[in-house]
Design a protein around this ligand. Structure first.
Ligand SMILES: *[C@@H]1O[C@H](CO)[C@@H](O)[C@H](O)[C@H]1NC(C)=O
Ligand SMILES: *[C@@H]1O[C@H](CO)[C@@H](O)[C@H](O)[C@H]1NC(C)=O
Ligand SMILES: *[C@@H]1O[C@H](CO)[C@@H](O)[C@H](O)[C@H]1NC(C)=O
Length: 332
């Protein structure tokens, strides 16, 4: 018995036998000078987004003659997300006890704070006067833990040890609930009253800086030495130089930029003639053959691949019902 089937092969960015690995995103250097936001718009319109990098290999795949000292990439630490509000963006302030931003928005920052001073201040302490300030997480300070009473109230504990924010958090998690979480004036006054006068102490507020324009979770960074530094206090967008070293720069400055283009699906249609005694109208047989075919093609191409088929109306004298029923769809 002879069967004709049409196979629809959907490939990510490559054609059968012409590629040996997973298709990668393409990087495009754009020789126009724009601020970060306009560059982001341009990339989203003409390509996929401002560039995301996930490894040193990704960096090396960009081949370009830089027309400016810096080229924007998709990384930014959006001050709107953390300066004025306790928002829920990826780089907003959040409480270590919940990993979430404040439910009340209560935030007695000291004037001019938070400021990401030196580009490294991602943890918060309460100053001697009770106001909040962002500080370098690796500085050592006294700290305040909290526990929850049977009445579900917060009880605060001043710890006289000097620890980095992270060690202080671990200490509090081990012995109490977590570093102090403060969401209203009453809690603020309790913390202030357990803290000895004149002392600065860590509380549980922190944030993760830098997020990708395409919302990628990539933690890869390639900072130039001494960067980020938030020099002059207004550097919240990232550019790279021709050595692929990253620098934090003022977002309104105009530089060339790097976009990326996600791989596109391509479809390949193949006609295949089967010589078989198996009953091709049997859905189980059909599915099994298609699965084996998909596995074979995937091992050959090493590409993400989706295989479908459709049986052709027969030209032979075979006489089976249901002749043009399409085969099942297999996603690989
Ligand atoms: C907070 O996030 C950390 C790491 O992402 C995780 O280990 C921890 O369990 C989270 N805590 C809560 C309360 O969700
Ligand atoms: C970026 O440039 C555009 C177009 O020139 C302008 O409208 C926008 O205000 C600029 N944004 C910043 C942050 O400088
Ligand atoms: C083909 O199938 C039809 C309907 O099932 C049947 O009437 C006919 O006799 C069959 N012809 C042959 C050659 O088997």
């Amino acid at each position: 018995m002879a069967f004709y089937v049409t196979l629809f092969l959907l490939f990510l960015g490559c054609i059968l036998c012409s590629c040996s690995q997973f298709p990668q995103r393409q990087y495009r250097y754009v020789h126009l000078a724009m601020n970060w936001t306009s560059a982001q718009n341009y990339c989203r319109e003409h390509h996929t987004d401002l560039a995301t990098f996930e490894s040193a290999d990704d960096l090396q795949r960009l081949k370009a003659d830089f027309s400016y000292e810096w080229a924007w990439l998709g990384l930014r630490d959006d001050p709107r997300s953390w300066r004025e509000t306790l928002g829920s963006d990826t780089n907003s302030w959040r409480w270590s006890a919940t990993n979430e931003t404040s439910r009340t928005g209560y935030r007695p920052w000291n004037q001019g704070e938070p400021n990401a001073g030196g580009g490294l201040e991602m943890c918060v302490w309460m100053r001697a006067d009770g106001k909040w300030n962002d500080a370098r997480c690796l500085e050592k300070s006294h700290f305040i833990c909290y526990s929850v009473t049977n009445q579900k109230e917060h009880k605060y504990h001043y710890i006289e040890l000097l620890k980095t924010w992270f060690s202080a958090r671990d200490f509090c998690r081990e012995r109490y609930t977590d570093l102090a979480m403060i969401e209203n004036n009453a809690e603020h006054h309790q913390v202030f009253s357990v803290k000895p006068a004149g002392i600065t102490a860590w509380i549980g507020l922190y944030r993760e800086p830098w997020t990708w324009s395409d919302m990628s979770q990539s933690s890869f960074r390639n900072w130039k030495r001494t960067c980020p530094n938030n020099y002059l206090g207004n550097q919240f967008c990232v550019g790279e130089n021709r050595l692929h070293e990253w620098n934090d720069l003022p977002c309104e400055e105009k530089y060339s930029f790097i976009c990326h283009q996600d791989p596109k699906w391509t479809t390949t249609v193949v006609k295949v003639k089967f010589q078989t005694d198996a009953d091709m109208t049997d859905p189980a047989v059909n599915a099994q053959i298609l699965q084996q075919l998909g596995a074979l093609l995937t091992s050959q191409t090493q590409a993400p691949l989706s295989v479908r088929w459709k049986t052709e109306p027969r030209k032979t004298t075979d006489n089976l019902t249901d002749r043009s029923r399409p085969g099942p769809i297999v996603h690989l």
